[in-house]
Design a protein around this ligand. Structure first.
Ligand SMILES: Nc1ncnc2c1ncn2[C@@H]1O[C@H](COP(=O)(O)OP(=O)(O)O)[C@@H](O)[C@H]1O
Ligand SMILES: [Mg+2]
Length: 294
């Protein structure tokens, strides 16, 4: 095998316009491929955009969000972690948030399309099973990519690729995973996630008192607010964008949000995880269970 197995494909894609969506399981080289494609298209004089729809192992923006970055210069390319726009999804796994995930990805691609010649969409590693296929089907439906590149080991993507080819007209291609790619351990994934969450909760943190009417979804009357302690929230600007993350805290009979992004917040979206501010560990949180019986 030649040393750089993706060079001809990258060369071809960098000449195109529109939206390229990358598919692949965890650690198949999607993000590396995205960076190389952004660099090649930038070198060809294009304005490019990166949409990071992987809500777990983030490149652009914090975990639980999708992020978008316009890349006009080499400096932008080296600063992908600093998103221009964020959408809140509220979880790092697709289960239970397929709708939020699809909308958060499509909204950023729509924004990117307006300004970029080429938009590169990096996606989550959930590519199989009912959830993975439902996620990819509806992402495809709203994102409407011109080209889909599936990076696969063996034939692992064949079911989802076959489905996308049947139901959509985009050019869907596959490429092998570079044999040098080493799968990350669960530990290193956790460390990467915690580092990104720590960056999203960098000092100075403020504690804003919040009224019970500012939430989406709306809190039911009579809810014991203490049960919301630790829940991760997205701070919304009133125009659909997420300003940053916060964690709810209930103490001294008052509900507060701990955040460094509260200045222009108009409302709080409830996430589907709780977060420990000391360790940045995330735990699944089911709003529906909490509201049950009220
Ligand atoms: N072509 C390649 N050659 C060598 N290492 C690679 C290559 N592509 C990716 N890697 C490494 O493999 C790991 C996973 O790649 P990454 O692009 O993050 O995958 P994904 O985004 O699909 O999870 C990273 O540590 C990355 O540096
Ligand atoms: Mg990645």
């Amino acid at each position: 095998m030649p040393d750089d197995i993706h060079a001809p494909l990258l060369d071809d894609l960098a000449r195109r316009r529109g939206v390229v969506m990358l598919l692949g399981a965890h650690d198949t080289g999607k993000t590396t491929f995205a960076r190389r494609l952004l660099a090649a298209a930038l070198a060809a004089g294009k304005t490019v955009a990166y949409v990071d729809a992987d809500t777990d192992q983030k490149t652009c923006g914090p975990p639980t969000c999708t992020g978008m970055k316009l890349v006009r210069t080499q400096a932008d390319l080296e600063d992908l972690s600093n998103a221009d726009r964020l959408h809140f999804v509220g979880s790092i796994a697709a289960e239970g948030v397929v709708l939020q995930q699809v909308v958060a990805t499509a909204a950023l691609v729509d924004a990117a399309r307006l300004e970029a010649d080429l938009t590169v969409v990096d996606t989550t590693g959930t590519v199989s099973g009912v959830i993975g296929q439902t996620l990819k089907y509806h992402t495809m439906e709203l994102v409407r990519p011109d080209v889909v590149i599936g990076l696969q080991r063996g034939a692992e993507l064949e079911p989802v690729i076959g489905m996308l080819r049947r139901f959509f007209s985009a050019d869907v291609e596959t490429a092998p995973v570079d044999p040098d790619v080493l799968p990350a351990s669960p530990d290193s994934r956790r460390t990467h996630r915690a580092k990104k969450l720590a960056a999203a909760f960098a000092e100075p943190l403020q504690r804003w008192r919040v009224r019970e009417t500012v939430f989406a979804p709306t809190l039911p009357a009579g809810l014991d607010q203490a049960k919301l302690s630790g829940v991760l929230v997205g701070l919304q600007d009133g125009e659909g964008l997420c300003l940053g993350l916060g964690v709810l805290d209930h103490s001294d009979n008052a509900l507060r949000v701990v955040t460094n992004s509260g200045d222009d917040m108009r409302g709080l979206r409830l996430g589907s995880v709780t977060m420990d501010l000391a360790t940045f560990d995330l735990q699944r949180f089911r709003l529906r269970d909490l509201m049950f019986g009220i």
